[in-house]
Write a protein that binds this ligand. Structure first.
Ligand code: C2E
Ligand code: CA
Ligand code: CA
Length: 762
């Protein structure tokens, strides 16, 4: 009997230890870890008990039994920690843990003490016989202190069971079964133990239940999921879904539908649901159907709602159909969000018409399908829109833009596409035959009218490009319409311009210029002419360097044929650098000739301020050619300064401090001139030649000129007047105090050698 039992214990213990090792390698979850402690402590108890039974000496047997009792305490502590971790009823504090360890240690020491005091306090062993002739040492007598050990055991058992009981009471009914089963596995050991004590058996068969309990705990906690729990959770998740769910059996009876489904069909009974099923089946058998998904839209309270529906068949393990379900998802919000996002990405915020990219896409899509030569591109641009915003305020600016968008909407109708390309630029691609010059012209006049309070009219210019080749890019078509706009002069009369042959030619010449520029620069085809600048006493003080392109085929090309193009493309910076260098080289030659009394004025394009470090370049040139910065005059325009007023102001000061003479070119041709003078101290004002031109208001022009010259004198600036063509000009300008003259009256721009011959090497 003993041999069978010990073998059983040892084999079972080995099996559990092996399992615990395997589990430990696979599952590192904290709860599994605490179960594994039980799965180690339980077989240890079993092994030690089996060894005690096998002992042949009384002392050794008593020692093993003492160890067995102590390890039992450890096993109970493991179970207690597991129970707390599993139920999470409360977190054991360090003091609580220390108390448990202390009690176990005291119990263990007592057991050891018992062995050496011949078992008078707790227990004593005696030789016994198991009925089949095997002799072993069993526990024969228990002393008074054994009750202390028993008390500890009972205390631990209560502490283990208590959290589980609380957990059972607190948990939803679905989970209770799981906790009950765990509790039951613990109760089995207690029952077995009580039975052993009550029956006063020689061998404690309850030790085997430790192993059974360890396995049961692992199973019920980690592997087992109660059937009711799965079903309960599944049905509750379907009940709580935001989608309508309806299940039908093979006969087409609705066996389940959640509340959302009933609400969707606005019903409280299954009638409409079964109707829906029948409509979908359309006389088919369930086995003839296939799983599918589709979209549905319904009008609910005159609001369009979007649904995504799904049909799925349900099959059993053999693959035969046992029913089906429908899921209907309301995706109205998603669809709306997506539509809003798409709208934002393709439309302009303010006017809510197409933005540039989308306009290009839609227009090219439309043109792809169109008859060739039947469409035109109409673009609009507001003159001085920045000024309108500055003077009348952003709101007025916005209102004008909205008006233009509205006119486009009205005018466009179907078969046209329109959009806002940027700030004040709009485009409309439409059939040529519907284009109505009168209508557009009137509308633009109407929109340009701001209020009775002001006489200012906003000018909206329109450019039209006849789409001859519909395969070129839409952006290029727009560019051409805008090119046409550029030809509109300031008069109110014609606000609509057409892209014609002349513009096409200039477009071609633009390509030519940009194409040839690189080679021309490399081969030194650019040079400058000098136009003398003359003092009131008639003395030539120097000249303005004006670029000329000596083209190998076309001969001498004047700057108005290429400067504009180079400015638009940014190539002007490379040209200017070249001319500045040539001018400095010339000044150095003159210096070597002992002629240091003449200056050269060079032009600086607004683009140079963006792309060139002007200060570095000019100081570098002066140092390279060792010339006096006074002899190099720098002509800048208002537009260049206005782009970033504060920054350019600093730059101008630095240039002046270095010794350069800074001139403001074309003064009076912009609109912010006077205000700017307040902050800026250039050395010289170069008055725009328009003031001298013959106009209806010649007297007024001259009065302004007079005032400008008086003003600059008072501000300590020197004045040069350009475009001086007659003796009468000279006399008048001398009278009103102009310091220097430049113009055809004295000389036209001339090659440098001629300039030198005439003025320098006399
Ligand atoms: P700008 O700087 O205002 O130069 C004066 C222009 O007026 C010159 O034209 C000159 O020939 C012309 N002019 C001079 N006196 C008279 C006159 O009495 N009556 C009339 N009707 N015109 C006169 P040009 O040489 O054709 O230059 C045109 C423009 O090209 C210049 O205007 C300047 O803006 C630009 N430009 C010339 N050379 C350069 C350069 O090297 N770099 C840059 N960035 N621009 C340049
Ligand atoms: Ca100039
Ligand atoms: Ca000028």
């Amino acid at each position: 009997m003993r041999n069978v039992y010990t073998t059983l214990l040892l084999l079972f213990a080995a099996l559990i230890l092996f399992c615990s090792y395997i589990i430990g390698r696979r599952d590192k979850a904290p709860l599994t870890k605490s179960i594994r402690y039980i799965m180690i402590a339980a077989p240890c108890t079993m092994v030690v008990y089996a060894v005690a039974l096998l002992m042949k000496e009384k002392f050794a047997a008593e020692l093993m039994y003492a160890l067995y009792y102590t390890i039992s305490d450890v096993l109970l502590i493991c179970m207690l920690f597991y129970s707390l971790k599993y139920t999470r009823v409360y977190e054991p504090k360090p003091l609580y843990k220390a108390g448990l360890y202390l009690i176990t240690a005291v119990d263990g020491l007592m057991m050891l003490f018992n062995v050496f005091t011949d078992g008078i306090f707790i227990f004593r062993c005696e030789q016994m016989e198991d009925g089949s002739g095997t002799v072993f040492y069993g526990i024969a007598e228990r002393g008074g202190l054994y009750n202390f050990h028993r008390l500890i055991i009972y205390l631990f058992v209560v502490l283990i069971l208590l959290p589980l009981a609380v957990k059972i009471a607190r948990s939803p009914s679905m989970y209770r079964k799981k906790y009950w089963l765990t509790l039951l596995s613990l109760l089995v050991i207690i029952a077995a133990n009580v039975l052993y004590l009550a029956m006063d058996l020689e061998i404690d068969f309850s030790v085997l239940t430790y192993g059974i309990m360890a396995v049961a705990i692992y199973y019920f906690n980690v592997i087992y999921v109660p059937q009711g729990l799965v079903e309960g959770l599944l049905s509750s998740s379907i009940r709580n879904m935001d989608d309508s769910v309806m299940c039908f059996d093979i006969e087409g009876n609705c066996i389940y539908a959640n509340s959302v489904a009933y609400a969707f069909f606005r019903t409280e009974d299954v009638g409409p649901l079964t109707e829906y099923y029948k409509r979908w089946m359309d006389g088919r058998e369930l086995s003839e159907t296939v799983d599918s998904e589709w979209k549905e839209t319904y009008e609910v309270n005159s609001v369009k709602r979007y649904y995504a529906a799904q049909f799925k068949r349900l099959c059993d393990v053999t693959g035969s159909c046992v029913g089906c379900f429908f899921k209907i998802h309301d995706e109205t919000e998603d669809v709306k969000k997506l539509e809003a996002e798409r709208f934002r990405a393709t439309h302009d915020r303010l006017t809510r018409i197409y933005n540039r990219e989308h306009f290009y896409d839609m227009a090219s899509e439309m043109l792809r399908k169109a008859e060739p030569g039947t469409y035109c591109m109409v673009c609009s641009d507001i003159k001085d829109f920045k000024l309108v915003n500055d003077v009348f305020g952003i709101n007025t600016g916005d209102e004008i833009l909205l008006n233009i968008a509205n006119t486009l909407k009205q005018f466009a109708k179907s078969g046209s596409v329109y959009g806002r390309l940027s700030g004040d630029r709009f485009a409309l691609c439409m059939p040529k035959e519907r284009f109505n010059k009168e209508f557009i012209s009137n509308e633009m006049h109407r929109i340009g009218y701001i209020s009775d309070a002001t006489s200012y009219r906003v000018q909206i210019h329109v450019g039209v490009y006849d789409i001859v080749d519909k395969n070129i890019e839409v952006s290029v078509m727009c560019d051409r319409a805008f090119m046409a706009i550029k030809t509109i002069k300031t008069s109110f009369a014609d606000m609509i311009a057409y892209y014609d042959d002349e513009l096409r030619e200039s477009g071609i010449s633009e390509q030519k210029v940009t194409g040839e520029f690189g080679t021309a620069l490399r081969e030194g085809q650019f040079c400058f002419y000098l136009q003398p600048q003359v003092s009131v006493t008639g003395k030539v003080l120097g000249g303005e360097a004006l670029v000329r392109w000596i083209h190998p085929e076309r001969g001498l090309v004047p700057p108005d044929k290429f400067i504009g193009i180079l400015e638009r493309t940014g190539l002007i910076c490379r040209l200017d650098l070249n001319i500045w260098e040539l001018a400095c080289k010339k000044l150095r030659e003159w210096k070597d000739m002992g002629q240091t009394g003449y200056h050269i004025s060079v032009n600086i394009s607004p683009k140079d301020f963006y792309f060139t470090d002007i200060y570095k370049v000019f100081t570098g040139l002066v140092e390279k050619y060792e010339i006096n910065p006074r002899n190099l005059r720098l002509e800048i325009t208002e537009t260049a300064i206005m782009s970033d007023f504060k920054k350019q102001l600093v730059l101008i000061r630095r240039l002046q401090e270095y010794g350069f003479c800074v001139e403001m070119d074309d003064f009076g041709s912009g609109y912010s001139s006077l205000n700017m003078l307040k902050d800026m101290t250039v050395d010289t004002l170069k008055v725009d030649m328009e003031f001298l031109r013959k106009t209806d208001n010649i007297e007024r022009s001259r009065t302004i000129l007079k005032m400008i010259i008086a003003l600059s004198k008072q501000l300590g600036m020197e004045v040069i007047t350009e475009g001086v063509e007659t003796k009468e000009h000279v006399d008048f300008l001398t009278d009103i105090g102009c310091d220097i003259f430049q113009g055809y009256y004295f000389a036209k721009p001339m090659p440098v050698t001629e300039f030198e011959e005439r003025y320098i090497c006399r």
